[in-house]
Design a protein around this ligand. Structure first.
Ligand code: AMP
Ligand code: GLY
Length: 421
């Protein structure tokens, strides 16, 4: 019997997951809630309306796939499980790895998972004294979810003190900043390592590297991610083994020992310094935009693997196989992102893309036959190539075809990857 799927979310990640799941011979209709201008069968229920989502999944007999972190942190998986609904993703307790940075840091410390040295504060004066006692630069982080913005990387004590004020005193991130982490700044090369777990085993996904800053050469403020490519040579076989064993498997096993079964995508944001990996953060979901190039390289039925994660049967599946090609995703954003930007601008050129590139939608919406911009990160154009260099050429030739008055993209996505080859 074919199965219906409900994908929750509205970003490029969710469009990419739907796109890949739609290739499964076992899948019937894919619904997306609330979806975007590129996803099919959109259901007008927001990702925070857990009752509405459960009701829809029940009535339409869906296997539900949760894309973003907020509903996971709100306990959507626990809720669906109680109702006997099949749902892919971690429980609320397991999602603490992302929803509380302090919980995650304490977890890493007690389980000896490599990460930056840190202290926790709820008092600005004490945090400031601590910063002044150190002879290295720090990063100041709000404890809770702050839409990817609650992390301030500091170049001096003055910057650190102002970051402490911003989060703890001015409460720029609200209650997410009731407590902060002050941790050592690790200078190195950042990459993304994502695995799929059923609570016992963890199957590595293809490696990738995000480009978080808004401008070329990694300059300007942090964003949700301006582009990504896969695989990345910075995580070679030796480092893959170390990260898989000493970070991913150690995390899954330690969670289990502490009574928490981690099912879902486990994402470790890794900083590599002098050949050694350190965990900067965990996410309990696919990365966005990493998901787009990773799914394009999947040479397996994603539905089978997501079901096996839920059922605890991943070890009975063959290792995930990957296209040997490279994939590159370039995010097309609205000018002004990550600060203010306009919406409702018409985007054209979708029909002219001919070289196999896929246009994953994020901040878009449909208005009749037109596609309008509806967010900061608007599209994630993704292309394969026989080498990283050719994937870069392919993706940049595809994005030329897509136009709108406010289009902005980085021109160097994937370029740093060439330097590791
Ligand atoms: P996070 O949301 O914790 O990943 O932090 C956002 C970004 O801040 C990361 O992607 C890194 O670029 C940077 N970052 C976080 N923690 C550190 C650290 N300890 N040292 C250097 N950079 C960091
Ligand atoms: N690309 C980083 C993230 O998804 O958090």
């Amino acid at each position: 019997m074919l199965v219906n799927i409900l994908v929750i979310g509205s970003g490029g990640r969710e469009h990419a997951l739907s796109w890949k799941l739609s290739q499964s011979s076992k899948v019937d209709t894919i619904f997306t809630a609330p979806g975007n201008g590129g996803t099919q069968n959109n259901v007008p229920i927001n990702a925070d309306d857990l009752d509405g989502l459960a009701d829809f999944a029940q009535k339409n007999n869906c296997f539900t796939v949760v894309g973003p972190e907020d509903p996971l942190a709100a306990g959507i998986v626990d809720k669906f499980n109680k109702l006997g609904l099949k749902v892919f993703g971690p429980s609320q307790k397991a999602a603490q790895l992302e929803s509380s940075k302090i919980w995650a840091k304490d977890f890493m410390k007690r389980n000896e998972i490599p990460s930056a040295r840190f202290e926790i504060f709820d008092n600005a004066q004490k945090a400031q004294e601590y910063v002044e006692s150190l002879d290295y630069n720090v990063v100041v982080k709000a404890d809770g979810l702050a839409a990817g913005k609650g992390v301030i990387v500091c170049n001096s004590n003055d910057e650190a003190i102002s970051a402490i004020q911003t989060i703890l005193v001015k409460k720029t991130f609200g209650d997410a900043g009731n407590r902060i982490i002050v941790e050592e700044r690790i200078d190195g090369i950042e990459a993304s390592y994502i695995a799929l777990s059923d609570g016992d085993v963890a199957i590595p996904m293809a490696t990738s590297q995000d480009h978080k800053r808004i401008f070329d050469n990694d300059e300007g403020p942090n964003t949700g991610g301006m582009g990504a490519y896969s695989p990345t040579a910075i995580i070679d076989d030796n480092l893959t083994k170390i990260i898989q064993e000493e970070i991913i498997e150690k995390t899954i096993h330690a969670m289990k020992k502490e009574g928490i079964v981690f099912k879902g995508f486990l994402y470790a944001g890794i900083m590599i310094r002098d050949g050694k990996p350190f965990v900067l953060e965990y996410n309990v979901r696919m990365g966005d935009p990493e998901c787009q190039p990773i799914t394009m390289r999947m040479d397996f039925d994603l539905y089978d693997y997501l079901v096996a994660s839920v059922d605890g049967t991943l070890s009975s599946l063959p290792p995930a196989s990957w296209k040997l090609q490279s994939a590159v995703c370039v995010v097309l954003a609205s000018k002004g992102y990550p600060e203010s930007y306009s919406k409702n601008d018409e985007i054209t050129g979708f029909d002219s893309i001919s070289n196999g590139a896929i246009v994953f939608h994020a901040g878009t919406k449909k208005s009749g036959e037109k596609i309008l911009s509806n967010g900061g990160r608007v599209l994630g154009v993704t292309a394969l190539g026989d080498s990283l260099e050719s994937a870069i050429t392919n993706v940049y030739s595809a994005i030329e075809k897509i136009t709108w008055s406010q289009k902005y993209n980085r021109t160097d996505i994937g370029k740093k990857g060439l330097s590791y080859l």
